[in-house]
Design a protein around this ligand. Structure first.
Ligand code: NOJ
Length: 744
């Protein structure tokens, strides 16, 4: 080789080295820009396009794209949802590596309450009021999902829900913006762990932006009509919390808000989310929500739909095919700018770089890791722990619970005693094996020791046959104690599962009546995705545990609570109505000009003549096997300036026989205000563990932010005046209260 050739090769090698290390040194924005510079318009539009992988459709599937792998190879797809398992994701990622620019795909999935190990439904977890446990549940779900090839979960759903008719109430954290915001933070932290790029982190997606939970009549996908102030006070805070916690993505929603579909809502997506809040991630549409704007009557066709969505700030199109089929034309006709396309693509590429998919597109496709990480004993134990923490003790007359280990016979009665599918509930992945679910029957078999267990189904979940009541009664008569497992079928609450009748389904309440007639102690377990109506049971059953849908460890967790191995401490994150006619019913309402003085006061007051105003079970309610006493309220001062804080302290004592935790709740009311403020707003809580007889001092700090609210101009303000602070174990069980002044 002559010296000229040698030095050329040397130079070439050096230049590769320099350019490689230069590329490595580039910041992500520089890398994104460099890639954008290379992309054709068609390739850019491909990045904005998300297809369903047909593995498990969660919406109507269109069949007009031909072979999706070929579309990926042509660079027409930026993301796929509903493909899980490294075997499957690898196939699609290999196709992406055959595209001209080899831009890796993002794999998204609804990992709502666990991936392989199913955890309690989100509403149940919210009842734990335990942020560490909630974060851990999301952490484990993310660890498993990432090991299964998933990059992105469509969770958390942070929609406030004041309407238990709405089927998706199960997916959120209930009705309160303060509690909802803390839970949104915990879940985002859990999913994203130490940050994107780690092999156990998935991107979170705060959804559905926004006000989806306020669908009129509780009917899924319905319109939302609300004041902008309510939007800011109640519905937006959990989204802001998710954003502050670093949520990588947002999803918009199916509903229209005051006449504009959320998907084309410039005010929500551009003005609030991107401009005011400075969101740096990307917004994905909900499934087909761009195309559905034709049904809304907002646009004529998919061409107009794509234009409306992209110009309002929606970056990625989930399964509408509106972008892939129309954006090029829209750019050609100058209806959509290339700058806007670049911005949307840039946001998506940024996340792909942050996930380090450009370093190695297969880094989430490791079969050995998948096998090792899923279903570990540690994950199973954590699922049991949060399941116990989610169980709400609604009633416990004559201390029927906890059960003694010395009982001769327990009868397990009801349609859900042996159920597994119902324990998993809606939005449970099919990744795990149903055999891994512990039914109540199995959990009790493990826990009951020498006690004999009898079983009778009694009736089906929704059927109206009473044929087996007699056998159930006879079984009950042979037992010392009866545990009844009643509730909803797994698909009665969830997406598109709104119900106008939320009573305990079928003839189940009649079966409870028949069994209670045995005169034996009856403990009713209510297993459901939403608050149900069960007035007869609430009045007559001696003990009731609301166990929701608790996931894989349901049976063990319930047995732990029944036997007192775990003392229940959960509190309702949502109001339970007496009847559907009370809905929407929530604790943080305004007072009206004619407030009822009591539940029976109907004379010219804001009340029903046929029903008390109060709910069946209030927000924040939940009992323990022990009792607690609140005393010695002390305020560091009785008046404060805006620049100051007031510290509120009090003593909390365990006055019962069992060690237990109390969620001490702290509410505030602005007594005179323009505009009006609610009768009560949760502003703090603490979950305190106390041994029998033990007392601990608990304190909360009141600062300006806790007293602030939005005025009609949407400015966050405080007004001088008197505030009432209230402390207790539920929103309707205030034990301590005092007033203080804000003086400027
Ligand atoms: C529609 C649901 O509204 C949304 O929450 C979900 O993430 C998508 N389908 C994808 O399954």
């Amino acid at each position: 080789m002559n010296s000229c050739k040698k030095s050329f090769i040397l130079l070439y090698i050096l230049s590769i080295g320099i350019s490689t290390s230069y590329a490595q040194q580039q910041s992500i924005p520089q890398k994104v820009q460099a890639l954008l510079n290379k992309m054709t318009l068609a390739e850019k539009i491909g990045q904005l396009n998300q297809y369903n992988g047909d593995w498990e459709a969660t919406g109507p599937v269109s069949t007009d794209v031909g072979n999706k792998l070929d579309a990926v190879k042509r660079g027409e797809v930026g993301s796929i949802l509903n493909i899980v398992g490294v075997k499957h994701t690898r196939v699609f990622q290999e196709a992406a590596m055959k595209s001209r620019l080899k831009i890796p795909l993002l794999f998204g999935q609804d990992v709502i309450h666990g991936y392989s190990v199913t955890f309690p439904i989100p509403l149940a977890e919210a009842a734990s009021w335990d942020m560490a446990a909630i974060e851990k549940s999301a952490r484990i779900a993310a660890t498993e999902a990432a090991a299964g090839g998933v990059h992105w979960t469509f969770a958390p759903m942070v929609d406030i829900a004041r309407d238990p008719r709405w089927g998706r109430v199960m997916e959120g954290a209930g009705e309160d913006p303060y509690l909802g915001s803390l839970i949104a933070t915990a879940r985002v932290h859990g999913f994203q762990g130490k940050g994107l790029g780690n092999l156990d982190a998935v991107m979170a997606c705060a959804k559905h932006f926004t006000a989806y939970g306020a669908a009129i009549g509780g009917r899924d996908y319905n319109s939302v009509d609300m004041s902008i102030r309510t939007l800011w006070e109640i519905y937006l805070p959990p989204f802001k919390a998710a954003l502050d916690a670093g949520a990588a993505t947002f999803m918009n929603s199916f509903n229209d808000l005051n006449g504009t579909p959320a998907t084309a809502n410039h005010y929500l997506q551009q003005n609030i989310l991107k401009d005011k809040w400075g969101f740096k991630g990307f917004v994905v549409s909900d499934w087909g929500s761009i195309g559905e704007m034709i049904n809304h009557g907002y646009v004529n066709d998919n061409y107009e739909a794509a234009e409306a969505a992209i110009n309002a700030g929606n970056d990625m199109d989930m399964e509408s095919r509106s972008y892939i089929n129309n954006l090029a034309k829209l750019v050609a006709y100058k209806k959509v700018s290339v700058t806007r396309i670049d911005e949307a693509v840039g946001r998506i590429l940024t996340k792909k770089f942050e996930l380090r998919l450009f370093d190695d597109p297969y880094r989430f496709c490791n079969a050995e890791r998948e096998k090792r990480v899923l279903n570990t004993p540690e994950h199973v134990e954590a699922a049991r722990d949060i399941a116990r923490k989610s169980i709400v003790l609604l009633k416990n007359e004559h201390q029927v619970l906890p059960l003694s280990k010395n009982l001769n016979t327990i009868a397990l009665i009801g349609p859900l005693v042996k159920s597994k599918k119902e324990m998993k509930g809606f939005w449970a992945q099919n990744v795990g094996n149903e055999d891994e679910v512990v039914s109540l029957y199995e959990g009790m078999q493990q826990a009951a020791g020498k006690t004999k267990l009898l079983y009778a189904k009694g009736c089906d979940i929704t059927d109206t046959s009473r044929t087996d009541f007699n056998e159930a009664y006879k079984t009950a008569m042979q037992a010392d104690v009866i545990v009844m497992a009643m509730g909803e079928r797994f698909d009665m609450t969830g997406e598109a599962k709104s119900r106008s009748n939320i009573h305990l389904p079928g003839v189940q309440e009649e079966l409870i009546k028949a069994v209670v007639a045995s005169g034996k102690p009856v403990i009713v377990l209510l297993m459901a995705g939403r608050p149900m109506v069960f007035n007869w049971t609430a009045d007559h059953a001696p003990a009731i545990l609301y166990t929701w849908w608790l996931g894989n460890q349901a049976g063990n967790a319930i047995a732990d609570v029944l036997y007192g191995k775990y003392n229940p401490a959960a509190k309702l994150p949502i109001t339970f109505p007496r009847a559907e006619g009370q809905i929407p019913i929530y604790y943080n309402h305004l007072n009206t000009g004619r407030p009822a003085k009591s539940d029976t006061d109907v004379f010219y007051t804001s009340a029903y003549t046929d029903l008390p105003n109060s709910p069946r079970f209030a927000f924040g309610y939940g009992l323990s096997y022990t009792t607690f006493k609140y005393s010695n309220l002390h305020l560091s001062k009785k008046s404060m300036l805006k620049s100051e804080d007031v510290t509120v302290s009090f003593d909390l004592q365990n006055t019962g026989k069992y060690a237990g935790e109390e969620v001490a709740q702290f509410y505030l009311r602005d007594l005179v205000s323009q505009p009006l403020r609610p009768v009560k707003e949760l502003k703090g809580f603490e979950k305190v563990m106390l041994q029998p007889g033990e007392t601990k001092s608990v304190s909360f700090t009141i600062d300006k932010e806790k007293l602030a609210f939005y005025n009609d101009e949407l400015e966050r303000i405080t007004q001088p005046g008197t505030f009432r602070l209230m402390i207790g174990g539920a929103s309707d069980n205030i034990q301590l209260q005092d007033d203080f002044e804000l003086t400027n």
